[in-house]
Design a protein around this ligand. Structure first.
Ligand SMILES: [Zn+2]
Length: 248
């Protein structure tokens, strides 16, 4: 298994990719991309790590805990800690009554005309979007060695079940898959992949078409450049589709 080396311009490692402040003057910490709680143990080795400022790291942690826990509850159809397949979610629910109550309130049961009981959830989408954006900034940085210094033009999340077949197709196979007319900067990780052939297997990170599989059935993402913009898509637990778009 060949390890793809990282050749990222060192100057770009100097800013926090979230708040864009100069790291030299700040208390910093190493942060995994994506959010570790979204993965299951054993987690893949060689998870991408970025240095970010401690303020940002602290600021994200509650949203990350919420996002992981609410997604776990939705997939389990329950807020009971014992019913969670995700260990971080089970721990968070057992520890925090407030969190469990909050998630419980976003759950609604209703009867179908056939008399079946169904559940719908109204999670706090903004909190989930903050986590999606956080990870997208990490993926963009990791793939292109380029911190996205500006706010995105759009952050979108949607369960696959809410998407039509056409929307799903478009999401899975964007038209610019493998578009070699867009040339990334030499030295970026994407360039290294193209130069060494798509489908390159990195230690712990496999490619499937345009998608980087961080952990099978758990987390995958794709980064593409279109025009002057950049788009990061991810799929969480093969349930939630996400997209962050930066226009030029
Ligand atoms: Zn920061």
């Amino acid at each position: 298994m060949e390890r793809v080396e990282e050749f990222v311009d060192d100057r770009q490692k100097s800013w926090c990719i979230h708040c864009t402040r100069w790291l030299a003057e700040l208390d910093t910490t190493e942060d995994h991309v994506p959010t570790k709680g979204l993965l299951v143990k054993p987690r893949p080795h060689h998870l991408p790590v970025v240095t970010i400022c401690r303020d940002c790291n602290n600021g994200f942690s509650r949203d990350e805990q919420y996002a992981v826990t609410v997604l776990s509850c939705i997939l389990a159809g329950s807020t009971e800690p014992e019913k969670q397949r995700n260990a971080s979610a089970a721990r968070a629910l057992a520890k925090s009554v407030a969190l469990r109550t909050m998630i419980d309130r976003s759950k609604q049961e209703y009867q179908t005309t056939g008399g079946e009981t169904r559940i719908v959830w109204r999670p706090d989408i903004d909190r989930i979007k903050r986590v999606v954006l956080k990870n997208a900034r990490g993926h963009a940085y990791f793939e292109y060695g380029e911190p996205m210094m500006v706010a995105p033009t759009d952050v979108w999340v949607q369960p696959f079940e809410n998407m039509t077949e056409t929307e799903r197709m478009e999401f899975e196979h964007p038209d610019d898959v493998g578009d070699l007319s867009v040339w990334p900067e030499v030295g970026s990780r994407m360039m290294t992949r193209i130069a060494s052939g798509l489908g390159v297997e990195e230690a712990g990170l496999d490619m499937e078409g345009d998608w980087v599989i961080v952990q099978e059935d758990t987390y995958r993402y794709s980064v593409s450049q279109s025009g002057g913009g950049l788009r990061v898509r991810s799929v969480l637990w093969e349930y939630l589709a996400t997209e962050v778009q930066w226009e030029d």
